[in-house]
Design a protein around this ligand. Structure first.
Ligand SMILES: Nc1ncnc2c1ncn2[C@@H]1O[C@H](COP(=O)(O)OP(=O)(O)OP(=O)(O)O)[C@@H](O)[C@H]1O
Ligand SMILES: O=P(O)(O)OC[C@H]1O[C@H](OP(=O)(O)OP(=O)(O)O)[C@H](O)[C@@H]1O
Ligand SMILES: O=C(O)c1cccnc1
Length: 489
């Protein structure tokens, strides 16, 4: 395949067939058995990674793009035909696929909690089923990375964190969409230029060891860099020896810049060794030479634990470059979001659906639901509330804790303001949502996090945030568990 053809394929790549085969075999069956049945699916996750207190919801932009571009091409149909398992009339339906679903979603950047319906899709069962794989693929990935970035940026305590992970991401999409998610989670920008271009992020970077190595000496390498980039001189100082070579050579360059009247956007990057010891020593040397404004950036397999540790030890750091551990969320690399059928509808009548399990955590939450955040008079979030779509009076003074182990725990809450957490994104297949920019999503996320109780923000042993259920929802689920358990005993 020629380079040009390969490029065109990438630009026009069609992800419609990126689905598990069973989505198609079921859809083929629904087409035959229940062509007019409407399905309601909820997308939610059960557990926060790293035993953290919250997940930062990310990926909606890619979900919107995916849904807008759904199209089975002639070659897709031809391929599906070769499998010999689909009815010709179903393939005909796919060939003129007309997306007709309603989609509700939480806004990107929102801190969210286990079992909350982040997305609900309502539409022809045939169509709602087909979306499972990609919706999960996108939301599970981006929310995972945004959540990890939030942890890392939180311990950096206001110091900028740059996303440096593309080289170690698991593939091109993981790098590009991961960088966007990292910015939603708090990073100030990314080294990934494609991601910066596509999503309006700030492209950032310093230099690699190859630049220094390619010259006869470190001095020559720094000298050449400063001549080309006098207004942004961040020098990598650990190629030979940080304290005896890198920092003294960097200081020489900063002096030359000072002589030319340039004294800002100067600094060093340290990429190996004991971060605490080296940054403290380097800081002293820079200050003594009159360069208190020269910044110190560190990198090298950083994560929230290392960052917290070095800052507790008093390391002198102005910013961080974080790659592999962020972009792969290596400490807990799976957000196990699921997409479950919660109701069907025939001739306007909605029937809630449930899946039982041996564990109450895995038993689904039936019904077409709505989701609110409750704020007290000071604007602090006191919990979220899940109820059924047609409940008018959501709070009768008695709501139920959603912790599956505490389903009987009843609470009375009063004097709060209800804010809907979800918005309608597609109406009958038509996009009706105005998407914010990634940087707006990031700011929105910060505001939403600030409103949460401090105790659920902690990295270790966070308090469980309240996700309440209305009495109606709780009773409906209990009744359904009983009914279906009896039916099968
Ligand atoms: N003071 C510190 N406390 C905790 N962790 C640290 C500290 N200093 C460095 N680290 C972390 O320890 C790990 C190992 O650092 P080290 O410099 O030995 O790495 P390395 O990759 O072997 O170095 P090199 O790049 O020279 O091969 C890295 O993840 C680094 O971020
Ligand atoms: O460590 P990360 O968090 O992924 O940050 C990105 C790393 O990528 C670069 O290293 P490079 O790939 O050149 O090799 P290195 O591992 O030898 O530093 C850079 O110097 C960082 O060390
Ligand atoms: O610009 C940098 O310093 C950089 C970019 C990617 C990975 N490591 C470092």
């Amino acid at each position: 395949m020629s380079y040009q053809v390969g490029r065109k394929m990438m630009e026009q790549r069609n992800l419609t067939l990126l689905m598990d085969l069973y989505e198609l075999t079921m859809a083929n069956g629904f087409f035959k058995e229940a062509p007019d049945k409407v399905g309601y699916f909820d997308l939610y996750f059960r557990k926060v990674p790293d035993e953290g207190g919250l997940v930062i919801y990310a990926g909606l932009t890619q979900v919107i793009k995916y849904l807008r571009e759904l199209k089975f091409t002639d070659s897709d149909i031809k391929y599906l035909k070769t499998l010999g398992i689909f009815a010709p009339s179903f393939l005909e339906y796919l060939s003129v696929f007309d997306f007709k679903c309603d989609v509700w979603s939480v806004k990107e950047g929102t801190p969210v909690f286990p079992n909350e319906p982040l997305i609900t899709v309502r539409g022809p069962l045939i169509q709602t089923q087909l979306l499972e794989t990609m919706l999960l693929n996108i939301i599970n990935h981006e929310s995972l990375i945004a959540t990890k970035a939030r942890r890392i940026c939180m311990v950096a305590k206001g110091r900028p964190v740059m996303e440096f992970g593309s080289r170690r991401a698991q593939g091109a999409d993981a790098a590009t969409f991961g960088a966007r998610a990292a910015v939603i989670g708090g990073c100030i920008g990314t080294a990934n230029v494609l991601s910066a271009k596509l999503f309006g992020l700030t492209p950032l970077g310093t230099m690699a060891h190859s630049w220094i190595q390619s010259f006869e000496s470190e001095e020559a390498a720094f000298e050449a860099w400063y001549r080309i980039y006098p207004n942004n001189c961040l020098l990598l100082v650990d190629t030979y020896d940080v304290l005896s070579s890198g920092v003294p050579h960097a200081i020489e360059i900063f002096k030359k810049l000072k002589d030319k009247g340039i004294n800002d956007h100067i600094g060093i990057r340290i990429d190996s060794g004991d971060i605490t010891f080296l940054t403290k020593a380097a800081r002293e040397m820079l200050d003594r030479a009159g360069f208190a404004n020269a910044t110190i950036t560190v990198s090298n397999a950083l994560d929230e634990d290392v960052i917290q540790n070095v800052l507790e030890e008093g390391a002198a750091i102005d910013s961080f470059g974080v790659g592999e551990k962020l972009i792969t969320a290596s400490s807990d690399p799976v957000l196990s979001g699921v997409y479950k059928l919660v109701a069907t509808q025939v001739e306007g009548k909605i029937t809630p659906k449930i899946k039982l399990s041996n564990t109450i955590e895995k038993t689904t939450i039936p019904g077409f639901k709505k989701l609110y955040r409750l704020y007290d008079s000071k604007g602090k979030a006191v919990g979220d509330l899940m109820g059924l779509f047609d409940e008018v009076k959501l709070n009768d003074g008695h709501v139920y804790n959603s912790d599956p182990n505490k389903t009987q725990q009843k609470k009375k809450i009063s004097n709060f303001k209800l804010e809907p957490l979800r918005k309608k994104i597609f109406d009958n297949g038509k996009l009706i949502y105005h998407e914010p920019t990634t940087n707006e999503v990031k700011d929105f996320s910060k505001t939403m996090i600030r409103a949460l109780p401090e105790s659920c923000l902690r990295l270790k042993n966070p308090d469980l945030y309240n996700v309440f259920w209305t009495k109606t929802l709780k009773n409906m689920r209990t009744d359904m568990i009983e009914k279906y358990s009896e039916m099968n005993s």
